[in-house]
Design a protein around this ligand. Structure first.
Ligand SMILES: Nc1ncnc2c1ncn2[C@@H]1O[C@H](COP(=O)(O)OP(=O)(O)OP(=O)(O)O)[C@@H](O)[C@H]1O
Length: 249
């Protein structure tokens, strides 16, 4: 079996009496594009929060490749290659697009970062330009990030993630609030960047999921209830039932 880039074993979390992760076993392989779906409140964002370290788990373990990161803080996991984007893009609105990506590039460096932020070297500048080119942002490089459209802001956040060269990029509802055209652009981008990294995406838009996912994991009431292709899940009566009255597959 192919080595996992990211895996969890028996991951558990409760908020008081509410169980939001009930022993989740999850693994993602190299260069895989995985989607996580599930009805509202299933525990998808909580799972991301546990994996990235924003929340601590009650029990179970999380590994990046062979390293156990269960007790490591967010920034240490980030240094090991786990990078995340959020439902609402987290960018610096009063900085230019270039400077946003520059700050992200420096995020995992310790020494001399401030100086490098003020005076990026040729190598850094090329990496930033490459990330902006991949995300279609070169033409707005000098614009304030806060002045861009929602779809462009989302791509700034993706450029900030890509420039960190993650092993795994976790994206929480990347197409929320986007037009059909913007959604297609993000799907194309994901299909491009997965050659460089694994991608795990929480998503409700099934057309988007259809375009990018190799395998889909279904969360329901804190349980990982199914894993399979969209075709397999579409024809699964249990999945149809849990989505009834919620989101149609
Ligand atoms: N910090 C918290 N304290 C208490 N309950 C919480 C907390 N965070 C989430 N929950 C609850 O945990 C459950 C799972 O929430 P979560 O946001 O992970 O679901 P989700 O699958 O991402 O939903 P959606 O698709 O609506 O974003 C929900 O019932 C939510 O209200």
């Amino acid at each position: 079996m192919q080595e996992s880039v990211l895996s969890t074993e028996n991951l558990k979390k409760s908020f008081g009496g509410l169980v939001v992760a009930e022993g989740i076993h999850f693994r993602v392989g190299k260069n895989e594009a995985r989607c996580i779906i599930g009805p509202n409140g299933a525990g998808k964002t909580t799972f991301f929060n546990l994996v990235t370290g924003l929340l601590s788990s009650d029990s179970g373990s999380i590994r990046i490749e062979n390293k156990d990161v269960t007790r490591l803080p967010v920034n240490e996991r980030q240094k090991l290659g786990l990078v995340r984007t959020f439902q609402a893009p987290r960018i610096f609105p009063l900085f230019s697009v270039f400077d946003n990506v520059l700050l992200a590039l420096q995020a995992n460096r310790r020494f001399g970062s401030l100086i490098k932020c003020l005076f990026p070297n040729k190598n850094d500048t090329e990496e930033i330009q490459h990330a902006m080119e991949q995300t279609g942002l070169l033409h707005v490089s000098d614009r304030l990030a806060g002045s861009l459209s929602h779809g462009e802001k989302k791509r700034v956040e993706m450029a900030m993630a890509i420039v960190q060269k993650p092993k795994v990029l976790l994206m929480d509802e990347p197409t929320a609030g986007m037009t059909v055209k913007e959604t297609q652009e993000i799907a194309d981008l994901v299909n491009q960047i997965r050659r460089q990294m694994s991608v795990v995406i929480v998503e409700h838009d099934m057309e988007f999921v259809r375009e990018i996912a190799d395998v889909i994991s279904v969360l329901y009431k804190g349980n990982l209830v199914r894993e399979g292709t969209l075709h397999e899940l579409e024809n699964d009566p249990f999945i149809q039932e849990i989505y009834l009255g919620s989101v149609a597959l």
